[in-house]
Design a protein around this ligand. Structure first.
Ligand SMILES: C[S@@+](CC[C@H](N)C(=O)[O-])C[C@H]1O[C@@H](n2cnc3c(N)ncnc32)[C@H](O)[C@@H]1O
Length: 286
């Protein structure tokens, strides 16, 4: 049976509760996240063809990590406009752009679905943002109207539906963390299949089928930053885990979590898997 768009992307009437909260822990987590996922976002933007001099719209900027990377890519003759619905976090983004000496970057507080610009952009980029929107396909199609003919769409979203493939009898802690993550995102109303769903978002918006890659940062080295990053994820998720009755602070044990994950990796001789994500890009033809 052919599924329509709303069935495939599981649309709802309401945006997801922003699962990771809006605290200073979350700002720290976003910066840590960029240390882990930044390289693949950079690779996505390079592969997609974002170059010097381009004008780029970046949605869901958070603490500004993607915008900062784009500011380097487009150089002083280019321009980056970052948008986030959370006005407070943009103060951090602005400060970081100023500290890095980027004069080509501006941040606008607002909903990415209600933007008005007099000029169209050479590229639109978003990382880990469509999954929180009630109707990501519609939001994406709307965003593409801000793209020039020949302009680039480059997006990166998590794919949680595949995460359970890493469950293993020798890794009870990792299994528990994966289960909690899936449960809390499900309860919040986020789209667990947004990574793979990017394909549908692109073709429904009449973009050519995107080039796509699936990645998961995995690690086993004693000093790998992923253990601490997982603990910061749980620091941000904790309020909702407790609110939904999925886990208590004692059960999660954020303070010792990174060390316990590392111990399990050493004992099980299996690497630890962070959430998978999909990158997708293509170029508007008309
Ligand atoms: C998981 S964070 C990712 C931040 C950043 N893209 C990064 O990867 O570091 C998602 C961000 O999207 C923002 N966001 C969610 N829905 C939005 C919307 N409708 N319009 C603009 N920003 C939105 C949130 O406020 C949050 O800062």
């Amino acid at each position: 049976m052919t599924k329509n768009r709303s069935e495939n992307l599981n649309t709802s009437h309401q945006d997801a509760t922003y699962t990771l909260g809006r605290t200073s822990h979350e700002t720290t987590r976003l910066i840590e996240q960029s240390r882990i996922y930044g390289e693949s976002t950079h690779r996505l933007c390079k592969r997609a063809g974002i170059i010097n001099g381009m004008h780029v719209l970046e949605i869901g900027s958070g603490a500004g990590d993607v915008a900062l990377m784009l500011a380097e890519l487009v150089g002083p003759t280019g321009r980056v406009v970052g948008v986030d619905v959370n006005a407070d976090i943009l103060d951090t983004a602005r400060q970081r752009a100023a500290d890095a000496g980027h004069r080509n970057t501006e941040f606008i507080a607002g909903d990415a679905r209600n933007l008005n610009f007099s000029d169209k952009f050479d590229a639109i980029v978003g990382r880990f943002v469509l999954m929180y929107m009630a109707n990501p396909g519609e939001a994406f199609a709307n965003l593409i109207t801000h793209l020039k003919s020949g302009g680039i769409a480059a997006f990166q979203e998590p794919e949680y539906t595949l995460y359970p493939v890493f469950l293993h009898p020798d890794t009870p802690l990792m299994n528990q963390l994966i289960t909690w993550i899936l449960d809390v995102f499900k309860h919040s109303g986020a789209h667990l299949n947004m990574g793979i769903g990017l394909y549908q978002a692109f073709v429904d918006a009449r973009l050519p089928p995107p080039m796509m890659h699936l990645e998961s940062p995995i690690g086993a080295a004693k000093t790998w930053a992923g253990y601490r990053y997982m603990a910061t994820i749980f620091q941000s998720l904790l309020p909702l885990l407790e609110k939904y009755g999925l886990a208590t602070a004692e059960e999660v044990g954020v303070d010792t979590l990174a060390a316990r994950i590392r111990q399990e990796v050493i004992a099980s001789k299996r690497p630890f898997f962070l959430p998978l994500h999909v990158t997708a890009y293509s170029t508007r033809q008309v």
